[in-house]
Design a protein around this ligand. Sequence first.
Ligand code: FES
Length: 619
Amino acid sequence: MAVPLTILTDPRRAEARRELAIAAGTSILAAAHAADIDITATCGGRGRCTSCRVKFVAGAIPPPTIGDEVQLGDALVREGYRLACQCAPTEAVTVQVAPPLEETAFQILGAGTGVAGRVSIASGVDKQLVKVALPREEHHQTSDVEQLAAAVGAAVSEVPPGVLTGLPQSLRDDPAGVTVTTFAGRILAVERGDTTSMRFGLAIDVGTTTVVTTLLELTSGEQLASISSLNPQSVFGGDLMSRIAFAQFNPANLRKLQMRILGLLNQQVSEVCRASGVLPRWIYKVVIVGNTCMHHVLLGIDPSWVGLAPYAPVMRHALTLSARELFLKITPEARVCLLPLVAGFVGADAVAVTLATRLYDGDIERIAVDIGTNGEVLLGSARRLWACSAPAGPAFEGGQIRHGMRAALGAIDRVTVDDDLHVHTIGEADPLGICGSGLLDLVAGLLEAGALDWTGLIQAERRDALPPRLRDRVQMRGEERLVVVRRAGEAGASREIVLTQDDVRQLQLAKGAIASGVAMLQHVAGVPAERVGELLLAGGFGNYLSIASAVRIGLIPELGPGRVRYVGNAASLGAQLCLLSESERARAEAIAGRIEHVSLAAHPDFEQIFVDCMNFPRP
Ligand code: FES
């Protein structure tokens, strides 16, 4: 499907514009160059400079990439700037090419962060080629390690046994010297020859349902490959409580869960390496984020008490260990950094979201909602930060919905309702089922049309008031109320696809969990909607939900135009920031100490707020 793209080539002359229709997946830079529109690409479109920056002036602004965050910085990202080479629009947008420098400068200053708002890359992984002067005389009271440390120059505090075993041979084999990799004074690897330009790392987001692994080059921040897979622990329980129940006081089951996730991580490592041509032994740093239960299980820590009141985690502090200890098949001494946790149900993923969205900064309170099976809601500013868990369950990812599916080829991802139901599928393929964003549109459209009432009841008795084509879709089959979204054979559907009354109830539970989390944090923090500067939607939720539908069903509060923004997988982005920058990792640790956990169930007002949030807003 062609995506309309308007490029304003000169902001001072409104007529200087070009209207293009580009193929989905084409970057703005590639589209502009194909149409002979000049956009400077100093680094050749690799996301390593800022020359191709464009500003979004109409249409949905896509979530920032790590390249946007690193090169442009948060202030410009918030202003709607993106790197044209990293951005492929999926819906109609208008962008302005390289706005004048004065305007940019003003906006940077206006946002109060200065150029320092940009992330400077300093991953902590250093590599240098050294020629080690080996001991020659017997009376030289020295050793290979001491000579190596002398050659490296910087303080070496630790040489792990795994490095020592191969050291004598490596030092004597190659007359050109050896490449020594260090991290925080610790030698991670000694390699023959010059491998100084090979420096890679992984950012891993272990979600209850989805696991995302991203391979980055540690000098430029370039993203080389990314892979998203279903968490294979799901067969032992879809949500955290069932996963904890499976492992509770049962070491064999805990081991099963741990082996499942470790197996998947190693599979993902080999896939990103294969896709990029990077060798696993060139990966020296890993940053992992995940909720508390995923964190504990990954480390083989018993999560039993996380599932029992008062839901205390076994540990909350940041932890760094070697890849060898986690059985990760990369450089054995690579450093694997786990970000700190906040509480039993507010984990390192929430810390990463806070970091990536810069929620900890600025005077105005903002809200970040990480939508997932075990989502979190965060509210705060530079003054204070609050967080609560919002266990939405798997409905937004197509789970526990009769014809639900993940956002994959053939999933109905957009629905409009007028006198009938109209659907769009991912890849324009024949419809197979409904993913989260389609489900939201469908329910919002049915509410608007009067086929659903505000309590969520499918209006089978009142279907005669609906337009004929829509009326025929609203049915009562025996005791079951349902809406036929696609009949077998209709628009290529190989089977009937329906929305049942139970599906609507599942969606109500899911959206109620999130909406009540938002409402409770606003209540506890004393921040009414008019004082909320911005609401940021995070999470790999389908192909970007429709904000209008999210407001219509009451998933998020009505804040007015321009105050809700989709920020993509912010947990993964936060992990990537910590991978590329040690100061960002230190900041994540400081943030974790500032977040105040709000326990919803323990709050006397929660029950009423949750019941209210289960219903849909009345028209
Ligand atoms: S061309 Fe350099 S970042 Fe896009």
